[in-house]
Ligand binder design. Structure first.
Ligand code: NAX
Ligand code: K
Length: 491
């Protein structure tokens, strides 16, 4: 695939515009549909060699058109095929009508389909054009197929998944495999769409890369291509200050573990030096648990101000176990013009005072990363969280634009978004990554990258990816400690 298209994500609207540009440039749209349908038929034959019958369910638009092409090709290859339509197939238009007339099989109404053991469903009801909840007749079929546990091969998207948001519109098939075209859609990577799509195959139906690149926004699946240009900078002659000094600020004596975890991960993550800044009353407990990490007494804003004179301290992590309140706010506002990971209590402290923070970030030109999970996101960005029309990507982008910070909107489908609108969706995290202390580990990795001089967006994207890999390496019984020991090298 062309480099510019690597890991690209598009929305259904962008895809429709690309489609139109392709047609306007003289490409025959029916030949694109034929490629799509043939790819589906090939996938069905390859993935389900023991199917006793392929049941092709066709909808009223071009997704259905792909289904008619696939059905004809499957029958042509000698497979048993049964063809069902949602709505009257004589009402099909354009390429869909052409595809129907090129298919010799009889078609019957979808309401008559009774799932049988040995069936494989080819779901061509709705794809990128789904604009509202699935009609009741389609929801009924979804339930019948679900109940009978028949495997589903989805064309473009499992019918019922919104291609932009990944949300379920009324009901959705649970696909074993999805064949999509040109590029993955955001609905394939956002939950629950990702889980319901099964294995995703992207088939190139022959739209020129330049047409795709011209319409696509800066939205990608997260992976090493995003940050690799910053990852190779640790040349042989490096020394510890060159690899960057990270500071992590500890909470009081009863809550020091989270910050120590972030600090320990900071070293593993690649910072050359890590210092834990501790209030005086927590110095003893912190000292008794530290070896490679340095300790410095930071009790007041005056102490922090003095520490900030040392420009070799490149990056800060504020939040894990720190405590919610004025001290967190004062510290955060002082740190905005440095590289800062504002996590957990650091963010929650600004629930009633966010404007001051956002203005400071905007004015500072610093590199601030905020890492809200869903609850923290709703506290800091209530109006964005409540807007049901937005996808998770769009929510993260709106929050980044409001706050002027890079937003890591955490979850099984973590989105990293920059104020410019640039965004990545992370797909490598296993479900067991959601364990106590996991967020402290992530904050420490982001801090390590910032200390090494990564820009905030790349620091966050690389950290989210390494955190996901650490989860895969640590396995199902992962704890924050085993995660910290399982972080893979950057390159
Ligand atoms: N992107 C591309 O370049 C290509 C796309 N193709 C196929 O074209 C599909 C998109 O086709 P369409 O735009 O026709 O959209 P769909 O086939 O997904 O939807 C069909 C039509 O149904 C109507 N509709 C939407 N939601 C409905 C609902 N809940 N209940 C009842 N009717 C509803 C809408 O008018 C929509 O246009 C893709 O998913 C893909 O399968 C392929 O033919 C090959 C080329
Ligand atoms: K579909």
């Amino acid at each position: 695939m062309h480099d510019a298209l690597q890991d690209m994500l598009v929305t259904p609207n962008e895809m429709a515009a690309i489609d139109k540009d392709a047609a306007d440039s003289g490409i025959d749209s029916f030949s694109l549909m034929r490629s799509a349908g043939m790819a589906v038929s090939a996938a069905a034959l390859r993935l389900f060699p023991t199917a006793s019958r392929f049941v092709v369910l066709c909808g009223p638009g071009n997704n259905g058109g792909d289904g008619y092409i696939a059905a004809e090709a499957l029958a042509e290859s000698g497979a048993q095929v049964a063809l069902f339509s949602l709505g009257d197939p004589s009402k099909l238009r354009g390429d869909g009508a052409k595809a129907r007339s090129a298919c010799r099989l009889a078609v019957v109404d979808i309401g008559t389909y009774e799932p049988k053991s040995g069936d494989v469903v080819v779901d061509a009801l709705f794809g990128a054009g789904l604009a509202r909840d699935l009609p009741n007749s389609a929801q009924d079929v979804v339930r019948r197929v679900d109940a009978s546990r028949i495997p589903v091969l989805a064309v473009d998207l499992p019918s019922g998944i919104d291609g932009r948001t990944g949300e379920v519109r009324g009901a959705s098939f649970t696909a074993a495999h999805t064949v999509t075209f040109i590029a993955p859609k955001s609905g394939h990577v956002l939950m629950p769409g990702r889980a319901l799509s099964g294995a995703l195959e992207v088939f190139d139906i022959g739209i020129p890369a330049r047409l795709v690149a011209a319409r696509a926004s800066d939205l990608r699946i997260n992976g090493p291509a995003i940050w690799k240009q910053y990852a190779g900078g640790l040349e042989a002659g490096t020394h510890k200050y060159k690899r960057g000094h990270l500071a992590v600020l500890s909470g009081g004596p009863a809550s020091t573990g989270a910050a120590r975890l972030s600090a320990a991960v900071g070293l593993v993550g690649g910072a050359g030096l890590v210092t834990l800044g501790s209030p005086p009353e927590a110095m003893a407990v912190n000292a008794s648990h530290l070896t490679a990490i340095m300790l410095k007494e930071i009790g007041s804003a005056a102490d922090l101000g003095e520490w900030l004179q040392d420009k070799r301290v490149i990056a800060f992590v504020l939040g894990p176990g720190f405590g919610v309140g004025k001290k967190a706010r004062d510290f955060a506002l002082m740190l905005c013009d440095r590289a800062l990971v504002l996590d957990a209590d650091g963010m929650s402290s600004f629930q009633q005072a966010r404007e001051e923070l956002f203005e400071k970030i905007a004015a500072s030109g610093g590199q601030v990363v905020m890492t809200p999970h869903e609850g923290e996101f709703a506290r800091l960005f209530p109006e964005v969280a409540a807007d049901a029309s937005l996808s998770k990507i769009e929510k993260a982008q709106a929050a980044a634009s409001l706050s002027h910070a890079v937003i890591v909107y955490k979850g099984p489908d973590t989105v990293v978004a920059a104020p410019s609108g640039r965004a990545v969706v992370n797909v490598n995290a296993p479900p067991w990554l959601a364990t106590a202390g996991s967020g402290d580990v992530l904050a420490g990795i982001i801090g390590a990258h910032l200390a090494q001089g990564f820009p905030a967006f790349e620091a966050a994207a690389a950290a989210v990816w390494r955190h996901g890999e650490a989860g895969n390496r640590a396995g199902r019984s992962a704890t924050a400690e085993t995660l910290a020991q399982s972080i893979p090298p950057l390159t």
